[in-house]
Design a protein around this ligand. Sequence first.
Ligand SMILES: *Cc1c(COP(=O)(O)O)cnc(C)c1O
Length: 727
Amino acid sequence: MNSFSEGAALPERICRLPELAYDLWWTLSHRAREVFRQLDYPLWRLTAHNPVQMLRIVPRERLEQAAQDSAFITLYDDAIQRLDAARTAGNTWWSQHFADLSTYSVAYFSAEFALHQSLPIYAGGLGVLAGDLCKEASDLGLPLVGVGFMYPQGYFHQKVTPDGWQVELYERLNWDDAPVERATTPEGHPCAVTIPLGDRLVVASVWRVRLGRVALYLLDTDVPENDPHDRELSARLYAGDHEMRLRQEIILGIGGVRALRSVNVSPAVWHLNEGHVAFVVLERMRELLEQGESFESALGEIRSTTAFTTHTPVSAGHDMFGDHLVERYLERWWGALEGVRPGILALGRHDNGGGPLFNMTALALRTAGCVNAVSQLHRKVTSNMWAPIWHGVTDKNGPLKAVTNGIHVPTWIAPVMAKLFDRYLGPGWWDRHDEPAFWDGIASIPDHDLWAVRQSLRSYLFAFMRERARHSWVRERESLVRVVMAGMMFDPAALTIGFARRFAGYKRADLIFHNPERLARILNAGKCPVQIVFAGKAHPADDIGKGQLQRVYQRAQDPAFGGRIAFLEDYDLHIAHFLVQGCDVWLNNPNKPLEASGTSGMKASINGVIHLSVGDGWWAEGHTGSNGWLIDSGPAADQGSGEDARDADALYHLLETEVVPMFYERDEQGVPRRWVRMVKEAIRTVAPLFSARRMVKQYALEMYAPLMRRHPAAASDQTGVAGKLTP
Ligand SMILES: *Cc1c(COP(=O)(O)O)cnc(C)c1O
């Protein structure tokens, strides 16, 4: 818990170190990161890059030394100066383009945020997207606050038994090591809100995370006022049953609005990231009705101030509850709204074939004035999927936009790659990285320099794998099988394929094993060996995902594959960094069209890790023909039986005829020229277009600004309600 108490003990000259550590802005700046690396490199590694924890345990003498070290002081002063600028600078992209909207703000609601491994409140791609969006909002000066849950036990840690079954371990977060602090009201009191839930009231305290210009408010029901059952409500992400899910969503949606009110933030735009958070709409409805508006006019106002992003065509991704459940849990909430109850319930009603249910996505679709899908292909799929609902709510131009996901480039680019860009593209690349033409400069990087960086990134990955294996060997005397599974027989120079993401059925992690003999031949080819590293967690209740994981894990132990397959346990942001930077090829083979976007391939591509993917999600628009490979088994494969066999065959064919030969084709200096050409194309085409910078600008231009300009308070300023950022 941050009281900056340690600050008092720090040498005066570097007394703002805790402030830097507690502001996750440092994760956005390679130079700020360097401060902590230089402070104590072994501790930096030991804590998995957690400066808050580092400052708690770093020896006093080391701090004294650092305070005397002029090189360190230069780094420190530079970082502090940039931190101050990041929080307050007046000339941001947003302020330059939207001077007229300077008093408005956006509230971004999401069930998960992936900002840093020290704050384990994310499960996968949805959280990464939310985290990267917040980071970019800070960089662009977009006035945004995030609202989510503080899960004190986070998402689970993954262990895999020797026979490949996933075991979930929950660990309580050590609050002293997390970059969070209690949010306070304008009067300076700790912020807490009360939410009616069923027949009782639940209290949630509110935490704040700083991220440069952006603040994140996180709800936590683990407070003494609640009964033990309710204290557990926010304990874990995506744990528990259906009803638990509903309870959590009520707390987050209704409590989230109340939390913003209590810290005196009045957003002009309410952005709902996925249907999980759609109860925001109900609480805003209550506010407006209590101010005397009619149901119709309240709905109109909500529509003109709500944006919604839908993320998946997989039906399990859309929460649905029986009306009776919703009514029961909202029992004490209705109050004066009794009269409009049928109208409110109707907003969520949707029949998926199994009878009408209260559907969170339907609720969001009917109440948002601006809706987007997360890739161009996903836009088409979504538009068909929800056609019955579009009808009647939409204007003819169609309110459904495609804002393809993007990744926060400074977060995901490897430092050595960034240095190469600094050198050949000039340091301006950081600011101009979303300009496609700017990247033409990549041609000026000598092939052998780029190849040397690619080689060192592969070796960093292997060093990381080795250290993890060593730790578990020393700490837990893991079996030799596990040490082998950690990639200890990997060849440092061999073509390395990465596959890491959640284990969900449609992602088909085990597709590459479809024909084991053919795969074994590819992996063991004498002079051209290939190796594969897997990582990923299955949802605790997803037995299909766990079954896939087990098949991968058991297959990998088969000596027929020569010890060339590894599985890294406990996939998280930290491991993701090493993988998307250190592999040579990034494999993605979901069932089309179920991967709405996908982002890990973008992270890989900007680091020159070449994408090998079916044409789903972002790759359907991202593949140019020369920046990676398309696993294409023809249109018939889009549906129906035999899809696995055909896709696997197309994958093997690409590996055998293109990927492997190209990787091992070297010139006199040992440089694979054709490969490096493709690496350059991957970086050149993906970095600008699939950056969070392009994405957030698009959100701002196509959704936030238009909503703000239509905002009730923009036309006439007499209401004094919502819309204004309080000074
Ligand atoms: C990027 C990322 C994901 C998303 O991966 P996809 O391939 O897009 O599903 C999931 N988990 C972590 C930790 C990530 O960094």
